[in-house]
Design a protein around this ligand. Structure first.
Ligand code: ADP
Ligand code: K
Ligand code: ZN
Length: 436
């Protein structure tokens, strides 16, 4: 197989040289991070007052972890390491408390991030001859714009269609003979389920590849996508704290994702002890961004569970591979690619005066899509009124939730005592999505 490279030299760098690059960049990151009071304190506690105090990559383990709450507490500018006039882009992701996390990019940050995506896209075998339909949400999410820039750098023909509107997605695939899709796995399966309705016949479409990510999925789901659509599907991993997509991406072999190790230091830790584990062992992914100046992030605990492959990939890249994401250490739900925390839901519904004390979050699958239902108990006298009033209440709760969690859940109203109560720790979330 002819293996394509965007930057063969850096992608196949021998381990010792790669580690030299990492150490240089880590020192650079420390010097940038020291510009923020937040990392000033954190690094001081590790005895690091200047970049020279980082003598080897092992010194990384002395630096305390950064967690999502650190980013929230610093909202909005706490971790900004440059003047705002140098910032050319802001992205943001949703949070548990309604306080989002904000990510800042300087021009050179965007340039380096874009290059990682160009590298990722090229590793899949896609090229300037391809037509990309980017179905990820544009806007504050990193998924849409992030990959868009990388695709343009590769020279692909980019259709920035964004998420949703299945009919139009399918028509666009036909009209422009799209060859590559960027999409969440659940949405891609949903789109496929509509092929018949939309009169898609074999030979109508030219899709050969899909980049799938932003939500957990199994190897079986990938196979299903590949078989149903007759394409190759490539797993893509990233998170906004570490720029967004382009942290790790599958190459033509589709045997887990190369982490671009000149740009990110990856550690797998035991989430209980915080200690590093060996390659091959499952644990929490901890990432250090080596390429962002406007907002440095060191040792970020992703709460994603995975392992690093000890053995090299057949493609010749020396950057190690990350397994697919096997779970999360926290209770975050991912509903059709959008992150939702149960606490966000609780916070909103408990503000509604008509709501009694018990509620339940129910998640299942309808066809290929995740379906979120929030069941709430309301006071009994409300059921005596007119049906229209109940309907209005339901709509109000739904809107209240939508404004916080972005997606619009089903809302069910129940009489007090009708939802299950558990003894001990309440089980508020029932997730019936197949784990396959
Ligand atoms: P995005 O805007 O891309 O959804 P977020 O920062 O909001 O980025 O969400 C990042 C989280 O999404 C990750 O920490 C992980 O839990 C999940 N995620 C992203 N890509 C994948 C993937 N390929 N497989 C499983 N989970 C993923
Ligand atoms: K996500
Ligand atoms: Zn490979």
């Amino acid at each position: 197989m002819d293996i394509p490279f965007w930057n063969r030299e850096i992608e196949t760098l021998d381990r010792a040289s790669l580690e030299k690059v990492q150490l240089e960049r880590l020192r650079q990151m420390v010097s940038w991070a020291l510009k923020t009071p937040f990392y000033g304190r954190k690094l001081a506690s590790a005895g690091i007052g200047s970049p020279e105090d980082v003598k080897s990559l092992r010194d990384l383990e002395r630096i305390p972890f950064t967690v999502k709450d650190d980013l929230r507490r610093g909202f909005p500018r706490g971790l900004l390491a440059v003047e705002m006039s140098e910032v050319v882009r802001i992205h943001s992701s949703s949070g548990t408390t309604g306080i989002p996390t904000v990510i800042y990019f300087a021009r050179d940050d965007l340039d380096r991030w874009t290059d990682l995506l160009a590298r990722s896209i090229t590793a899949t075998g896609a090229s300037s001859r391809d037509i990309l339909q980017n179905m990820m949400t544009y806007g504050l999410f990193t998924g849409g714009l992030g990959l868009h820039y990388g695709a343009e750098r590769v020279g692909m023909t980019v259709i920035p269609i964004g998420g949703g509107n299945t009919k139009r997605q399918i028509q666009t695939m036909k009209d422009f003979q799209t060859t590559v899709l960027h999409v969440t796995p659940s949405y891609l399966l949903h789109i496929h389920s509509q092929f018949e309705n939309e009169g898609v016949r074999p030979g109508d479409l030219a899709v050969k590849r899909a980049f799938i990510g932003a939500e957990p999925h199994s190897e079986n789901t990938r196979r299903k996508i590949e078989d149903l659509l007759g394409i190759q599907a490539f797993n893509s991993y990233g998170l906004s704290e570490l720029n967004g997509p382009g942290v790790a991406f599958e190459c033509v072999h589709r045997k887990d994702m190369h982490v671009w190790e000149d740009a990110y230091l990856i550690e797998i830790i035991d989430p209980k002890t915080g200690q590093n584990v060996e390659d091959g062992q499952e644990g929490e992914v901890v990432l250090t961004n080596l390429v962002r100046r406007a907002m440095p992030i060191l040792r970020y605990r992703t709460r994603d569970l995975a392992f690093v492959h000890p053995e090299p990939c057949e493609c010749g890249r020396t950057h190690r591979r990350l397994s697919r994401i096997l779970g999360r250490t926290d209770d975050m739900l991912i509903i059709n690619g959008v992150n939702v925390f149960p606490s966000q839901i609780e916070e909103r519904i408990m503000k509604v005066p008509e709501v009694a004390t018990n509620y339940l979050i129910h998640v299942d699958k309808k066809g290929a899509l995740d379906r979120l239902t929030v069941k709430v108990e309301i006071y009994p006298k409300l059921f005596l009124g007119e049906a229209a009033r109940l309907e209005a209440l339901r709509a109000r709760i739904r809107e209240e939730l939508r404004s916080s969690i972005v997606i619009s859940p089903n809302v069910e109203l129940h009489e007090p005592g009708s939802l299950p109560v558990s003894e001990g720790k309440a089980k508020r979330v029932v997730d019936e999505r197949p784990k396959d």
